[in-house]
Design a binder for this molecule. Structure first.
Ligand SMILES: Cc1ncc(COP(=O)(O)O)c(C=O)c1O
Length: 376
């Protein structure tokens, strides 16, 4: 690598170079064939790419995993784990409260593979998985989009039949707030578009884990092609440099705002794991560093009151994402969960009076002033 950049043996780049090459040259035709046979890295960038690998090594370290596989989006990473689950031949148990895109995958694509799927609400996961006799694949999301409910990964893993595989979408938590593998998860998925990259300037995803499942997922990525591009990989890598600083500040700001909202007369309910009286408060305190930068709340009134409040905000941008430096507001019933039928939305507890906030790194008092004015 250093030679490619004209540097001598004593110096090296401090950040990973962006290697744009789609293919890598070898001295002879049979050397290419040998490399292809060994699935050697740096052969062809749909297989592996040095910049993407630098990011993957760092993500694996952050999650405490042997290996990470970076993908073109969070949904690409989720598609790989669902394909892996289908190919494992095991029944799937899927949490009901999920990001809308994942929910749509479960509802519209999974049935075409013929895999038996049991969808189950957060509070019933443990007894449901305990009832299975054979190993299952369990798909969880914690905190779950958009109500920030938590799942007790350790108890789910303990209740599941031996050799079951637990997959956790940990996008909302980021590796700063939660290390799912420490609590028994086998695979961890992130939309790296969110906290990992952190600046609203890249779409990316990752799966982290150990062992044969990761070999299978690498194979599926190679075959189906949702690889991360080297420039995008660099932007995620760069975002990771400030991940902890950003997330700790976002934890503090979100808790501050959640506690203020709880006391506001125009607010019917606040959904944030660390507010007083929240069902998941003790689980959050035991297993997570903080509650994260996303919180949701319901307006006292109708859906149009919720929209009016959102429209009065000046600092929160109206945009469908989370986890970046800029604060965002969304109306989940019309955005992240718009692909769901009304009854599915009711099942997932996404009322149309709900607003979801993703706090950025702006001063917390300034954000609260904006919210307070909008709630007048
Ligand atoms: C929890 C969660 N998982 C996955 C995704 C999908 O990620 P991406 O948009 O990077 O495909 C999202 C997107 O909002 C999400 O909120």
């Amino acid at each position: 690598m250093t030679q490619q950049h004209g540097l001598d043996d004593e110096s090296r780049p401090v950040v990973p170079p962006i290697v744009l090459s789609s293919t890598f040259a070898f001295p002879t035709a049979d050397a290419v064939a040998r490399a292809a046979e060994k699935k050697q890295p740096a052969l062809y960038s749909r297989w592996d790419n040095p910049t993407v690998e630098a990011l993957e090594r760092r993500l694996a370290l952050l999650e405490g995993a042997e290996r990470a596989i970076a993908c073109a989006s969070g949904m690409a990473a989720i598609s790989l784990v669902f394909w892996g689950a289908v190919r494992s031949g095991r029944p799937l148990v899927v949490q009901r409260e999920l990001y809308g895109g994942t929910h749509e995958w479960v509802q519209t694509l999974l049935p075409s593979f013929g895999t038996p799927v049991t969808r189950v609400g957060i509070d019933e996961i443990i007894p449901v998985v305990a009832d299975f006799k054979e190993p299952v694949v369990i798909y969880l999301e914690t905190p779950a989009n958009p109500l920030c409910r938590l799942v007790d990964i350790e108890s789910v893993k303990r209740a599941a039949p031996p050799d079951s595989v637990v997959i956790v979408d940990s996008t909302f938590a980021s590796p700063i707030n939660l290390k799912p593998m420490r609590w028994g998860a086998d695979l961890v998925v992130h939309s790296a578009t969110k906290y990992l990259a952190g600046h609203h300037d890249v779409v990316a995803g990752v799966v982290c884990g150990n062992g044969t499942w990761m070999n299978e997922l690498w194979y599926l990525r190679k075959l189906t092609g949702p690889v991360l591009d080297a420039e995008a990989a660099y932007r995620v890598y760069r975002g990771l440099e400030t991940l902890e600083l950003r997330v700790l500040r976002q934890n503090e700001t979100a808790l501050f705002i959640a506690n203020r909202l709880v006391q506001h007369p125009r607010v019917r309910a606040v959904y944030y794991p660390l507010v007083f009286g929240n069902t998941d408060k003790s689980l959050c305190e035991r297993t997570m560093t903080g509650g994260g930068g996303v919180l949701s709340f319901e307006i006292n009134g109708s859906s149009s009151d919720a929209l009016t409040t959102a429209n009065r905000l000046r600092l929160f941008e109206h945009a469908p994402s989370l986890g970046g430096c800029r604060s965002l507001v969304t109306w989940p019933a019309g955005v992240s969960h718009v692909g769901l039928t009304e009854s599915d939305r009711a099942e997932c507890n996404v009322p149309d009076t709900l607003l979801r906030l993703s706090v950025g790194i702006e001063p917390k008092e300034v954000l609260w002033a904006d919210l307070e004015a909008a709630l007048q």
